[in-house]
Design a binder for this molecule. Sequence first.
Ligand SMILES: [Zn+2]
Length: 312
Amino acid sequence: MSEPHATSEPHEMTDEELHELAAKQVAMGEVRGAPASDPVNVPMIRHWLTAMGDANPAYLERGLAPPAMAQVWTMPGLRSTAKDRSPVDDLMAALNANGYTGVVATNCEQTYHRYARVGERLVPATRFTDLVGPKRTALGVGFFATWTITWYSEEEPVAEMLFRVLKFRPVTGRENEERAAYPLRPAVNQDTAFFWDGVRDGELRIQTCADCGELRHPPGPMCPQCRSANRTHTVARGIGTLYSYVVHHHPPVPGRDTPFVVGVVELPEGVRMVGNVVDCPIEEVGAGMPLRVTYRQMDDRLVLPMWAPREP
Ligand SMILES: [Zn+2]
């Protein structure tokens, strides 16, 4: 998703004016954007397959793009100079200008009509669907904005995506001296409950296949190796090395002070986990650094595993 770049100076608006602006965007209907910078091409498909660990040879053999790449082809890039604006941009700018600076994606539904073929140059078209709010949510007061993007090859739709975000006024946490509930809760379900139970007990657990013994993380319902649905877990040593990381500066994240480090940690057991790197100046964080898990009590109920430097 691209950040909005405003043409007119955004000003303070009432909720009613925000809804009027939304209605105007809806009335624009589907608005075509700039065509992809590059046609669907083999090198990008190859990179994607490698990054996703997808070994299916059919894509490269038949010159087809994995359907989930739909959005990839029309990404504007980090320093985009594209002049075209989608019906979403003005509304996002207005919400930002009115203090709704937080953003969290709540829904993303993709529909694939057919495979995109090597050589096709896709064109995105955006349709703003609706604005709902203001609503009080666990993250703060905000608006839900929904739009769809359809990717066309000539006049034929190839894929489409419904995207919904919550734009909210971040709660600083300082307004409430009581320990506020940490606003971001992990998704605990029957596949992941063992992991969070472990974290609460100071154990870093890795799901294993009860039949072939394959380790897997994140946890899932079925073994990708032997397709068994029988699972158990093993307890990791709690050490790892930093495989890769990003420093998060923007957008604001509720309950967090920016910047913070999100790392991918490689465990000696053979899986990788995503977690924050803490207790280390950001400029000293580097790929390959040895880490040890540390458990942070986020509020009365939630403990999150994080990673701190350790002696090699
Ligand atoms: Zn298995």
